[in-house]
Design a protein around this ligand. Structure first.
Ligand SMILES: Nc1nc2c(c(=O)[nH]1)N[C@H]1C(S)=C(S)[C@@H](COP(=O)(O)OP(=O)(O)OC[C@H]3O[C@@H](n4cnc5c(N)ncnc54)[C@H](O)[C@@H]3O)O[C@H]1N2
Ligand code: MOO
Length: 392
């Protein structure tokens, strides 16, 4: 069995280079920018007022001032800033050359066209031309576009961007016991939860998830499932990965020409993970136990989907202090479902006493996966351990 680290590097090697597509800004949020976006203008394009009030010259602060004009957003004033004068000005309006200060109106008194400054404290209240960005400035590629990025790109007058095409991920759950949520299960049947959870992880990582009809435990049914997955960048199977008589994924995928990257890793949960190349795309075979499937989804599938979009941001483990004692570890690297609390220096981490890889209720409550190396010795409360934060 290979290590988790080795398995991850083999999984990431399955990613083809990202393909670009052009989208308008209203479709670009959450997408990964592939080419630099270049500002087409300078922002602000002119010195602009940060307040509603009066623009004047600092030299004239002491005396009464004659109000000779008005500058509003979209309606600049075109006169000259003569000594002893001020103009009425509004937030966002151009500050005419010569005036170097805007006094907010609450700090003035006005009688007809005569202005007196009652409180000269406070800054100039002028946003300088180019204070935000300058024409030619770039937003660098290799980032997932946030709502703030979309606003920035719009302000840069960039209406379209080149982003990575979202990987298409076909999800094939298999098992004679599985029925869809909402169906009353018959004897021996359970609800198929994994394909929906894994589809949600696919979308979280930026992929397009296609949930295929549930395959039955026959080679014919699995062949039909793989046929339906044709054209996907990644096929994710769930279940049927272990050694039982009905665990057929490895065989069927091999019959279809899968080039195996590995099968089985020294990890708990998730030992029977399978990965490889299948035609032009990739395949990951997740174990059927619901928690095992999700942990492998977090550790391997999501990083692969991100890499397919040009992101290599494998999440880094953080440090916490144990809140409880834990017993010695077995021969596989263990990812324990755990909760986090605030601690005096580091967070405090408490693994659930029961780590059964079928318990979705605990996975749903978990804040983190506590990482224990294979063969780790018993640990006492207060000792420092590593964990991966789970998204909430
Ligand atoms: N003799 C051995 N038995 C098992 C071993 C082993 O090494 N030797 N490994 C165990 C481990 S570890 C895991 S993990 C599981 C993985 O088994 P499979 O990938 O073959 O999964 P299944 O047998 O198909 O299902 C396991 C379990 O999960 C339920 N399941 C499956 N699909 C779904 C779904 N879409 N939604 C909800 N639940 C699902 C299924 O009903 C089973 O209860 O093998 C161990 N056995
Ligand atoms: O590895 Mo299994 O995934 O322990 O439940």
């Amino acid at each position: 069995m290979i290590s988790v680290e080795e398995a991850l590097s083999r999984v990431l090697a399955l990613a083809a280079p990202p393909e670009g597509e052009t989208v308008t800004l209203d479709e670009a949020a959450g997408r990964v920018l592939l080419e630099p976006a270049v500002a087409r203008l300078t922002q602000p394009p002119f010195d602009s007022s940060a307040m509603d009030g009066y623009a004047l010259r600092s030299d004239d602060l002491g005396g009464p001032l004659r109000i000779i004009g008005e500058s509003a957003a979209g309606h600049p004033w075109r006169g000259e800033a003569a000594p002893g004068t001020a103009i009425r000005i509004f937030t966002g309006a151009a500050v005419p050359a010569g005036y170097d200060r805007v006094i907010m109106q609450e700090h003035t008194s006005r009688a007809q066209d005569v202005l007196t400054v009652t409180d000269p404290s406070g800054g100039p209240n002028i946003r300088r031309r180019g204070g935000d960005f300058t024409a030619g400035d770039t937003l660098a590629p290799g980032r997932r576009l946030s709502p703030a990025d979309i606003g920035l790109l719009a302000a840069m007058n960039v209406p379209e961007v080149t982003v990575a095409r979202r990987p298409r991920v076909a999800i094939l759950a298999g098992g004679d016991e599985l029925v869809r949520p909402g169906t009353p299960p018959g004897e021996g049947q359970i609800i198929s939860s994994n394909d929906l959870a894994i589809a949600a992880q696919v979308r979280e990582a930026g992929g397009i998830a296609q949930i295929l009809p549930i395959a039955r435990d026959t080679e014919t049914s699995l062949h039909e499932g793989f046929e339906a997955a044709r054209g996907a960048d990644l096929v994710v199977t769930i279940g049927g990965a272990s050694v039982g008589d009905h665990d057929l994924i490895g065989k069927v995928a091999a019959d279809l020409g899968m080039e195996r990257a590995f099968y089985k890793i020294a990890m708990r949960p998730g030992k029977p993970l399978l990965a490889g190349r299948l035609g032009p795309g990739a395949i990951i075979g997740l174990p059927g136990n619901p928690v095992s499937a999700m942990v492998c989804g977090t550790l391997f599938m999501q990083p692969l989907i991100r890499k397919m979009q040009g992101l290599e941001d494998v999440s880094a483990p953080e440090k916490a202090r144990l809140a409880v004692a834990i017993s010695p570890e077995g021969g596989r690297q263990h990812y324990l479902r755990a909760t986090l609390q605030d601690g005096p220096d580091l967070p405090l981490i408490t693994p659930f006493p029961n780590q059964d890889s079928a318990r979705l209720s605990l996975m749903s409550r978990a804040d983190a996966l506590l990482i224990r190396p294979a063969g780790d010795s018993a640990r006492e409360p207060g000792e420092i351990v590593c964990f991966l934060r789970l998204p909430h």
